[in-house]
Design a protein around this ligand. Structure first.
Ligand code: PLP
Ligand code: COI
Length: 343
């Protein structure tokens, strides 16, 4: 397909919503998914009593499409988004959207909006948002019987203003996820309960929250929208292990990049907050965040300032960033199966 690029100021995009031409919609009714359609209609019309509106029965995913150096359009490990959405669905008693159909629908949605995929080198990418919600009336607390699965996409710039500039975060007084709760899945409810915490952090001048484990408040979990990566003073990569954080695809990929491509030592383990002051570098990783360096952590009057400072990414974080984005943009060959070519 040869669709002209839209007239968008790619270099100055923030992380926001821009309506594109087409989106994918499939409905689940009478125990099965229909074939789905690509539609121009961006509006969702559902019952006033829909399960999603009453009891927040909704889950989502996030991934990106990139233009590579040689002009292809690709996305990164969409099969992992498919399986994570399936895990989220099972946890919220929702029907699974078949994983192979998920990947096909992502491809079709990007193809249908190819003019919105930012050009190579523009600093922007196409953010793809698959989601599913209970659509029929539910008034007693129970799962819906009918669901809608949709995928839209929107061109985006950096999640944090300033892109690769280090950010400042605070240790939150709120909890994100309970032990045995829903922190490990991508449910809308996890983000609803983080809104007061993020508004509070922003009012106080911080870019994000660091959540500690709810049970003991001694271990590092994640932020509202990204996992943590730390670099020790001797160059080892450490990432928190917890049953109540989202298994970030970016983080899992970076651990492979670190170990197999960069030859670094990697450790996924419980990370106590007390250890954080001894790390050399800290970053947030996720689809939206890519790798955003953290320069400073504020903890109730105390500050942890990483040696990498507030001006630029630390050297190890930078290597990880360059390698991961190099794979995503086709400059570096990644492990087999990581890149799904769209066209
Ligand atoms: N943690 C949370 C809470 C998130 O919302 C996200 C974003 O998807 C991530 C981590 C990063 O996950 P991924 O790398 O799969 O985008
Ligand atoms: C993502 O990185 O895809 C996220 O979902 C994080 C945030 C925008 C919720």
């Amino acid at each position: 397909m040869n669709m002209e690029k839209k007239n968008i100021d790619w270099a100055n995009l923030g992380f926001g919503y821009i309506q594109t031409d087409k989106r994918f919609v499939s409905n689940f009714k009478d125990g099965k998914w229909d074939d789905g359609i690509m539609t121009e209609d961006s509006q969702v019309v559902i019952s006033e009593c829909a399960g999603v509106l009453q009891y927040a029965q909704t889950i989502f995913e996030g991934l990106k499409a990139y233009t590579t150096e040689d002009g292809r359009v690709v996305c990164f490990r969409p099969d992992l988004n498919a399986s994570r959405l399936a895990d989220s669905a099972r946890r919220l008693e929702m029907p699974v959207f078949p994983e192979d159909r998920f990947v096909d629908a992502v491809v079709e949605t990007v193809k249908a909006n190819i003019g919105y995929v930012p050009p190579y080198g523009s600093g922007a990418t196409l953010y793809i948002r698959p989601y599913m919600f209970g659509s029929n009336p539910v008034i007693g607390v129970k799962p819906a019987d009918e669901y809608q699965f949709r995928i839209f996409c929107t061109p985006v710039g950096p999640y944090f203003k300033g892109g690769a500039k280090p950010i400042t975060i605070k240790v939150s007084d709120f909890d994100r996820a309970a032990p045995h709760g829903t922190g490990h899945i991508k449910a809308g409810l996890n983000y609803a309960m983080s809104l007061h915490a993020i508004v509070t952090a922003h009012k106080e001048g911080f870019d994000e929250n660091m959540y500690l484990d709810a049970a003991t408040r001694t271990k590092v979990e994640e932020t509202g929208g990204a996992n943590f990566l730390f670099v020790t003073k001797d160059g080892k990569i450490v990432t928190p292990k917890s049953d109540s954080i989202l298994p970030s695809i970016t983080r899992r990929s970076l651990m492979v990049v670190a170990k197999d491509i960069l030859g670094l030592e990697v450790e996924e383990r419980e990370v106590y907050f007390d250890e954080v002051k001894d790390f050399a570098e800290c970053g947030l990783c996720g689809t939206a965040a890519v790798i955003s360096p953290v320069g400073k952590i504020y903890d109730h009057g105390n500050e942890i300032c990483f040696p990498s400072g507030m001006d630029s990414m630390g050297p190890v974080t930078k290597k990880l960033y360059d390698t991961l984005t190099g794979i995503q943009m086709g400059r570096i060959e990644g492990p087999e199966g990581w890149i799904k070519v769209i066209e």
